[in-house]
Design a binder for this molecule. Structure first.
Ligand code: NAD
Length: 487
């Protein structure tokens, strides 16, 4: 490791912040560790209020020129960033896997191509964004999306670059400048993104990356009066801190938070599909906000569903996420593993039964777990675990299914498996969820909105919704010469 460069999977990663087009080091650092084997990946600059201030100042200074840059030019640069991502998919995938422990094959084939697509999609959408005009009693109303200013984007560790670019791309497309603060448990790909953006010709100060802990550098960022938007993906407790900080400046917020989503399996479902979708909930070792962790099965098929589920889940292979054959990698951090195990131990102590799993393994691995005999009001059913732990409950009819599905404080997603289209329409209409999937899971067109209800979030992003959030929407009312306002 040279002083500020660490080599991870053969890729050189700068461990400093990226502020105003320059690398900036903090006096203090924090150690970034791989969840795969506990090896040190780098000593990362540990930001404070000083770096937060510098990053906001840089974003402010760069804003007028970027906001005034013609849309076609902004779109061209975003496409160039996407090209840069495409060229470095291998690097990004390898670094991300070492940093957060998710599967290399999914980073390579799904996640990183999607990162590039995020930039392309919002670049193209920007060019298609149409102003609406309304004519009323002789005057015209012209609606425009004006760039808002510096945006603070704060992201979690479970899908670092994917979730970061899902915010960075529309914020930049809209003509804003950005301060990205990645999670301290997976800081590396954000640094590579800064390199890629600079190579693509993004002007200095338009994208800034600050590293560090939420309380130390995140808090001064979200409290800053010059910040015009905050988009946060993470946990509910952190969202409350951020909302309180944002309240002082009335900074508009977009919050993408946790979930405890249901998977409803009706007796008329294709049971093999239902089992496939249920086992898929262990992806990324259960560290997926959208995961349908509460499996609700109609009584008449519950035994058969459980039998097939156990058969399929027992074939899952846990191991090194760089190995093509691995289905489940490690969890991110010893603290996270403790948390998962605590939930399971308390549930078992309260009378839950482990159909499969229920124990931690060597390293940061946890057995894929299915718990049954759980009460609806119990912690294991009500709280987000963020590990490979599912619960199974049985319902008697549609009414009970909907009641159980909606009976948590969350509302991020819901998945329904049924062969009856009318039932699907009836039930989805009653589910509280930002996304409802019928006979599928985890697929979405970027033009569609994404977000959560209740404690799963505030606001929606995606397609036009992203531009609505990242812009100041303005109505310009023009009257012809000689027109007098008669009220
Ligand atoms: P977290 O809330 O602990 O941290 C998220 C980010 O917030 C990190 O970058 C952290 O440094 C920062 N932060 C912490 N305190 C802060 C403060 N006071 N001010 C500003 N920033 C602060 O969440 P996590 O553990 O990293 O991520 C897991 C959570 O994220 C889960 O609840 C999961 O459901 C949620 N999540 C939601 C979505 C979604 O789209 N709805 C997607 C992925 C993850």
């Amino acid at each position: 490791m040279t002083e500020h460069i660490t080599t991870v999977a053969g890729v050189a990663v700068d461990t400093r912040h990226w502020i105003g087009g320059e690398r900036v080091a903090s006096v203090e650092t924090f150690t970034d560790v791989s969840p795969i084997d506990g090896s040190t990946l780098g000593e990362i600059s540990r930001g404070t209020a000083t770096e937060a201030e510098a990053a906001v100042a840089a974003a402010r200074a760069a804003f007028p020129a970027w906001a005034a840059t013609p849309r076609a030019e902004r779109a061209r640069i975003l496409h160039a960033i996407a090209d840069g991502v495409d060229k470095r998919i291998e690097d990004l995938a390898n670094v991300e896997t070492l940093d957060n422990g998710a599967l290399l094959r999914s980073h390579r084939c799904g996640v990183m191509p999607r990162v590039a697509h995020n930039f392309r999609f919002f670049a193209d959408w920007l060019l298609k964004l149409e102003h609406q005009d309304f004519a009323t009693r002789g005057h015209t109303n012209h609606v425009s999306w004006d760039p808002a200013g510096p945006c603070v984007l704060i992201t979690p560790w479970n899908a670092p670059l994917m979730l970061a670019t899902w915010k960075v791309a529309p914020a930049l497309a809209a003509g804003n400048t950005v301060i990205l603060k990645p999670a301290e448990w997976s800081p590396l790909t954000a640094s590579l993104l800064a390199d890629i953006a600079a190579e693509a010709g993004l002007p200095a100060g338009v994208l800034n990356v600050v590293q560090g802990y939420g309380a130390e550098v995140g808090n001064p960022l979200v409290s800053h009066p010059d910040v015009r938007r905050i988009s946060f993906t993470g946990s509910v407790p952190t969202a409350r801190h951020i909302a309180r900080a944002a309240a002082a400046n009335l900074t508009p917020l977009s919050l993408e938070l946790g979930g405890k989503s249901p998977l409803l399996v009706f007796a008329d479902a294709d049971l093999d599909l239902a089992v496939d979708l249920a086992v898929e909930q262990y992806d990324n070792a259960g560290q997926v906000c959208l995961a349908a962790t509460r499996i609700l099965v109609e009584e008449t098929v519950s035994d058969e569903f459980t039998r097939r589920f156990v058969e399929k889940a027992s074939r899952l292979r846990q191991g090194d996420p760089r190995d093509e054959a691995t289905d489940l990698g490690p969890n991110i951090h010893p603290r996270q593993l403790e948390k998962i195990d605590g939930f399971v131990r308390r549930a078992l102590g309260d009378g839950a039964r482990a159909v499969i799993g229920g124990k931690r393994m060597d390293g940061l691995y946890y057995e894929p777990t299915l718990l049954t005999d759980v009460a609806q009001d119990s912690e294991i059913v009500q709280e987000e675990i963020f590990g490979p732990v599912l619960t199974l409950q049985i319902f008697g009819d549609e009414e009970e299914a909907v009641r159980l599905a909606n009976d948590t404080r969350f509302g991020l997603a819901a998945t329904l498996v049924t062969g009856d289209h009318e039932r699907a329409e009836r039930v989805t209409a009653r589910l509280v969820a930002g996304t409802a999937w019928v006979n599928c899971f985890f697929v979405r067109d970027l033009r569609a909105p994404f977000g959560g209800s209740r404690h799963s979030g505030v606001g929606r992003e995606g397609g036009t919704w992203s531009f609505d959030f990242y812009c100041d929407v303005k109505n310009t009312v023009t009257a012809p010469n000689g027109w007098h306002n008669h009220g």
